[in-house]
Design a protein around this ligand. Structure first.
Ligand code: NAD
Length: 289
């Protein structure tokens, strides 16, 4: 297939490279010269405008920073420019309302579009082991699935348009909450005189077990290798966790949900990022506890 890829940063760079490895003809566009250079090295053909990259393609994949940019790029350069036969896949993490709005604009112009945000960080993007949660019609999912499968280990149909983004922010709200909970438990265990490794050995096979503990332990030396063992270099930066918690709280407001724990997690990450820690791995919040 001929696939346009828009936004080849930390995540998109590796994802596009995996589409090339799978034998696709990948046409890349990014505002950053460094991102385009990396894409070229990985076998993509590069273009100086999104409008040129989407000429004659079968699919468009985007991996952009936020909803405002996704809206602007789709409205100005993709919808009405790419062939109508092309399936549009936005893999960025953005707010549910914008995801629905852009998909509606695409649908009104006779395109099939899905929101397909991911779980998994830069390592998973490079390794092709992301999890995709997809919002869109059955037909859109059927067309998107074989493309997404080349970049991930799991591709799940979450529901109608916007449902992928809804699943993503609910998942990441839970992640923010259980990371802070894990940090509190380890900090308290230590204050109570427990050795962190012994507490890990106990809690990891007890009812307190969770992903933040057994896959991403915030304490150096305990559990598998994690950013804690690398001076909290990301990984998943605190600024990105704050972005996702902000999206989650916006969605909670729209849906009339009192997500008290999510709200508190957002406040704690907001304070920590405001203190200059946006570039630190999100598990580093343990240093404040
Ligand atoms: P990034 O900033 O590294 O990459 C974004 C790329 O988009 C950049 O290269 C930038 O130049 C490009 N860009 C911005 N505006 C553009 C435009 N108008 N036209 C073309 N290109 C443009 O960000 P990232 O870490 O790759 O994240 C991308 C998305 O993936 C975000 O929505 C993020 O929330 C989500 N995400 C990130 C991670 C992670 O661990 N980094 C994990 C899951 C999801």
């Amino acid at each position: 297939m001929k696939i346009a890829f828009i936004g080849l940063g930390n995540m998109g760079g590796g994802m596009a490279a995996n589409l090339v490895k799978a034998g696709h003809d990948v046409r890349a566009f990014d505002l950053s010269a460094a991102a385009l250079e990396y894409a070229r090295e990985n076998g993509c053909t590069t273009f100086t405008a999104a409008r040129e990259a989407v000429e004659g393609v079968d699919a468009v994949v985007s991996m952009l920073p936020n909803g405002k940019i996704v809206d602007a790029v789709y409205t100005a350069d993709l919808i009405g420019v790419a062939p109508k036969s092309a399936i549009l896949l936005d893999c960025s993490t953005i707010d549910v309302a914008t995801a629905k709005k852009v998909a509606e604009a695409a649908s009104s112009a006779d395109y099939e579009m899905v929101d397909a945000p991911v779980s998994g960080g830069i390592a998973a993007a490079n390794a092709g082991t992301l999890t995709f949660m997809v919002g869109g019609s059955d037909e859109g999912f059927a067309r998107a699935e074989p493309i997404l499968a080349k970049m991930g280990k799991a591709v799940i149909h979450a529901g109608a348009s916007g449902a992928g983004q809804a699943a993503k922010i609910c998942n990441n709200m839970l992640l923010g909450i259980h990371m802070i909970g894990t940090c509190e438990a380890f900090a308290m265990a230590q204050k109570l005189g427990l050795d962190p490794q012994i507490f890990y050995d106990i809690a990891s096979v007890s009812s307190g077990q969770c992903w933040s503990m057994t896959s991403y332990c915030p304490v150096p030396g305990a559990g598998p290798q994690s950013p804690a063992d690398n001076d909290y270099k990301p990984g998943f930066a605190a600024a990105l966790m704050l972005k996702d918690l902000t999206l989650a709280m916006e969605a909670a407001g729209t849906a009339g949900v009192d997500a008290e724990m999510g709200k508190r997690a957002k406040e704690l990450y907001q304070a920590w990022v405001d203190a200059g820690n946006g570039g630190v791995d999100f598990s580093g919040i343990i240093k404040t506890l």
